[in-house]
Write a protein of this length. Structure first.
Length: 282
């Protein structure tokens, strides 16, 4: 059976994080969850530890700074290193955010078919979103990172729901540590570092799937119970207009629902959508 490790950075609302843990434990039983608490949420650490007191949950003792839109991949790196320190064995690591929820079973079996799941787009000046910026392309650390992979350009893509086998993620971590600090990088490192490594591997013959999370922030589509039902069915396609100059969704206009297992953005509060997903856990 495929052993799954979820990496989850958090910065607020311990009760909502507990709700997410219960969600993961229902839809992906036997997984391990490692949580990184942002340095800005240090005052909530005791409450996080109380709310997240599950046998399969590790609280990372490192608490790195996070800043909005400046990169959080270092928190996933820290979670991975802590899991290794604790001797956690896993076959796939999944990168999640705290406003995602799983909506169907079968994730471990699905991921076992792929070495990685990533959203890969080559740097393109026609777009203008967190991952595609001229200052990122000219950043010396990024340029060195790209050169180390034998590439001439970097890639970017959706951060949420990326997954990798342990060997590939170990390589991603090594390249990150060699080129970047364990701190905000000034750009969305989680949208750049893993997809660029994924691109280099795919060009070398490694097949990959899309991320397992359906997001609603770069198109006109809105997350609804009806859309969740369609995702759960694993069939069909949805179409939506893209927000101008935003990232292209990996799941719009193509039949990918078979590989979608979670949704974002579920509000971090009690609401109809969160209650609907909770109602699926019966």
């Amino acid at each position: 059976m495929t052993k799954v490790l979820f990496s989850l950075p958090v910065h607020e609302m311990p009760a909502i994080v507990r709700d997410q843990i219960e969600n993961i434990n229902y839809f992906c039983p036997d997984a391990t969850i490692v949580i990184h608490i942002s340095a800005g949420a240090a005052a909530l650490e005791d409450e996080f530890r109380r709310q997240c007191d599950f046998a399969n949950v590790l609280i990372n003792p490192s608490s790195h700074e996070t800043r909005w839109n400046e990169g959080i991949f270092h928190t996933h790196v820290s979670n991975y290193l802590y899991a290794l320190e604790r001797g956690i064995a896993f076959d796939r690591i999944v990168l999640l955010s705290s406003n995602e929820l799983l909506v169907k079973h079968g994730l471990a079996e699905y991921m076992s078919k792929f070495a990685m799941g990533s959203h890969v787009q080559i740097y393109d000046l026609a777009a203008d979103w967190g991952g595609f910026r001229t200052d990122v392309a000219s950043d010396q650390s990024v340029r060195k990172f790209v050169a180390n992979l034998g590439l001439t350009s970097y890639f970017a893509g959706q951060a949420e729901g990326q997954f990798f086998n342990e060997r590939i993620f170990a390589r991603i971590v090594r390249l990150f540590v060699e080129n970047f600090p364990m701190a905000p990088c000034g750009f969305n490192s989680e949208e750049v570092i893993p997809p660029t490594v994924a691109a280099s591997l795919s060009m070398a013959g490694v097949n990959y799937a899309h991320p397992i999370t359906f997001c609603d922030y770069s198109t006109s589509i809105k997350m609804t119970p009806e859309l969740i039902d369609q995702i759960r069915s694993g069939k069909g396609t949805v179409y939506a207009q893209r927000v101008p100059r935003s990232m292209r969704s990996p799941h719009i206009g193509v039949s990918t629902f078979e590989g979608v297992f979670s949704v974002k953005r579920v509000p971090r509060e009690d609401c109809e959508l969160r209650r609907y997903v909770r109602g699926l856990m019966v």
